[in-house]
Design a binder for this molecule. Sequence first.
Ligand code: PEP
Length: 242
Amino acid sequence: MSYLIANWKMNLPPEGIESYLANVTGTDPRDVTLVVAPPYPFLNQVVQASGICVAAQNCSDRPSGAFTGEVSPGMLRECGVDYVILGHSERRTLFHENDGLIARKLTLAIATGLKPVLCIGEDLRVRDAGEVARFLADQLRMAAVDTLVDADEVVIAYEPIWAIGTGRNASGAMVAETLVDIRSALERFWPASFAAAPILYGGSVTPDNVEDLVAHGTIDGFLVGGASLDARKFLAIHAAMR
Ligand code: PEP
């Protein structure tokens, strides 16, 4: 199973949502699950588009109550949302989300029937210190070990922080090497199901660098920010996935 996920963040496609969705729904997805994650108010427009799955960019760790500004997983399900992005580095760094909070969101999202896209990734200090494998295993352990019964309850997105929105993507070789580390952590934590967990890459993916990433044959898809706002670039990335 492979995925291509557009994370619009707090942006909208310059060509307009209707035109963007018409472009994307007019494409044969082949065996790729196409997912679009718009800001909350535009979820319904994506829900109405056929052939595209919908992701929220965040959700609450509470089912309901006096939590101004929050949206619960149950509300998202009611609106027809399929996936939720959790643990994104922008949520971790700009909104101070820690592993405990991410674990609670993960638990509630799964219990409610949303499929979480769990983001993990190291900063440059960790990479330069040669501690990537340990760091990513720790992130997985802290967010998910007490929560998941099976690794295949989530989609994992490997998103090195230094590559997100910077125009500096990880090379295909580097991602392939890191995915071996992630798979070995999954095997340790969930021996029965580790092989079924899809692992995506995210971090400055564009039509220009996707071939190198795909060439290694180990990535199960992409989480794309900046380039996903342009339907032509998003579809060019899709076309490169085989
Ligand atoms: C992201 O936001 O998850 C992301 C990968 O962004 P970008 O593609 O812009 O680096």
